[in-house]
Design a protein around this ligand. Structure first.
Ligand code: G
Ligand code: G
Ligand code: MN
Ligand code: NA
Length: 247
């Protein structure tokens, strides 16, 4: 397909970029990590969001190239980000390869990156069967010190099943729960219950999509450990002054 060939070329010609959105510690309200979000700066069509090309990449080996590019760039940017860690979104398709964790480790070596500073975000659309390839990859990453987050927690139908099957480090509450926090008693109860589960496991729990002060206050009360959303910081390109002056 045309768009697939274009995307392949874009990867080679460095037309993709990462934007970074800060995640704040609920306790200190300082930035503790950044989430990397890929964008395609198209020569004609302008900035294309990932929703319009990640799915196409997932239909072929393009997703592996895209994923490797994202990880390498995020690792290279980490020193300039100024936070302890960076989170990358990983597609289920990437985890299907038996050598995924080994390739991941190679990128960390190449860029001299401490694995403990990397967070991998996966959604519950990855089938995680005991003894399966995806599970083995996640276990290998975690053994290296990489932290694993469940993204969009509660948006799918397998969230609790997921928690039973793998020792995740972070739960990211889907932003639809946060959106209705002010006027939905049931959503507020669900968020509190997720925080209770997280505390007793124990794992970190990040609320995404925080847009208002009221949501922020309710989330802190419920006991989230991290906060992310437009109220606190939008995804933005890294300012590369330091890199430019160093060159
Ligand atoms: O930025 P936007 O809201 O359009 O992001 C839409 C979706 O794209 C989100 O679900 C996000 O997790 C996903 N996404 C963003 N960056 C990446 C990436 O580097 N790799 C993968 N696989 N998904 C990404
Ligand atoms: O699925 P994932 O959580 O990776 O999606 C990340 C996407 O969510 C990013 O593309 C980002 O633009 C979007 N996002 C981040 N914060 C907010 C927010 O406060 N409100 C809304 N509506 N979207 C957000
Ligand atoms: Mn994410
Ligand atoms: Na999410």
């Amino acid at each position: 397909r045309f768009i697939e060939r274009e995307l392949r070329a874009a990867l080679l010609m460095d037309e993709l970029e990462l934007h970074y959105q800060p995640v704040f510690s609920a306790a200190t309200m300082t930035i503790k990590s950044h989430e990397a979000l890929v964008r395609w700066r198209h020569k004609v069509r302008g900035m294309i969001p990932p929703g319009q090309f990640v799915g196409i990449a997932e239909e072929s080996d393009l997703i592996d190239r895209l994923g490797d590019w994202v990880l390498r760039r995020a690792c290279a940017d980490l020193p300039a980000l100024g936070s302890d860690s960076v989170a990358v979104n990983v597609s289920p398709a990437q985890l299907r390869h038996a050598d995924y964790a080994a390739r991941f480790a190679a990128v960390l070596m190449e860029t001299a990156t401490d694995p403990r500073r990397i967070i991998v975000e996966i959604t519950e659309t990855v089938p995680l069967n005991a003894g399966g390839v995806a599970m083995a990859n996640l276990e290998a990453l975690r053994a290296m010190g990489v932290r694993i987050a469940i993204d969009d927690f509660g948006a799918g139908h397998a969230s609790l099943q997921y928690l039973r099957g793998f020792a995740f480090d972070i739960i990211k509450i889907d932003r639809t729960y946060v959106a209705n926090l002010a006027d939905s008693r049931i959503d507020a109860m669900i968020v509190s219950a997720i925080c209770d589960i997280a505390r007793s496991l124990p794992v970190e729990v990040i609320a995404e999509g925080v847009e208002t002060q009221e949501q922020l206050a309710k989330l802190k009360l419920a006991g989230v450990t991290g906060l992310q959303g437009f109220l606190l910081g939008r995804p933005a390109a890294l300012v590369r002054e330091r890199r430019a002056s160093a060159a």
